[in-house]
Design a protein around this ligand. Sequence first.
Ligand code: AMP
Length: 279
Amino acid sequence: MEVVQTVNDVRKALLSARKSGTVIGLVPTMGALHAGHEALIEAARRKCGVVVVSIFVNPLQFGPNEDYQRYPRALVKDLGICRRHGADIVFNPSVDEMYRTPQLTFAEVTRVSEDLCGKFRPGHFRGVATVVLKLFNIVRANRAYFGEKDMQQLAVIRRMVADLNVPIEIIGVPTVREADGLAISSRNEYLNPAERRVAPVLYHALQEAAGRIRSGERDAAKVRETAMAILRAEPLMRVEYVEIVDPSEIQPLSTISGPVRIAAAVWIGGTRLIDNVGN
Ligand code: AMP
């Protein structure tokens, strides 16, 4: 496994693969790797001749009062995980390397970015789309792997790729969960033991809501209220949003007539958790 820090070096490391037409797979991450990331690396490993994992905590996608400074960083451990799960190249650029010139150009996916997390994290998806497009242009992979846990992010990237004719195939990977249902996230590390005990209620509330749809409920407000009531009953939780949305444009629905995603964001103490399920 090769570990490279610069745009030039990652391109050099991929020269022979590109010449021979080997399929290049990219797994973009912010590090602090866990079983969710491992599933993405393994999915890439199964279908691609060369697997590139990028590890970059992207300042552009954090708001001024968000956790950019305290976001967990664990490069040595991450490299071990990448090696064990079959990565060929790890691209770990510095902030200066990624943003050599002050960024004046941005990728902005309107509508898809505007509700749910977009409403509460202004500029977040613009930062995500911009860094992901930069990574696509740096690595020029054939395929890129993203987790369904970040459903709105996946929809934003799919739409960016479609709208801008970016020559890459986007693959979504199902959410990896702890045994009690909590979606695995680098931010779970912030939870203290009492907070960690209530965290799975987020997934259970979404599942209950999905169950109501499966038993025939078509009124999104009622489905939403099912999840809300469960979440509000937890004194340690503060609900940011619960929404029923269409999976491609992430628009809140009032009537359910096909496949939807039920998505929520909650705060537990100083930690923000998100999750989503289908019907
Ligand atoms: P992050 O490092 O949190 O930016 O995540 C990097 C990639 O891993 C994103 O595509 C995430 O959606 C994905 N990911 C994070 N957690 C999970 C999980 N529990 N299951 C599946 N994919 C995940």
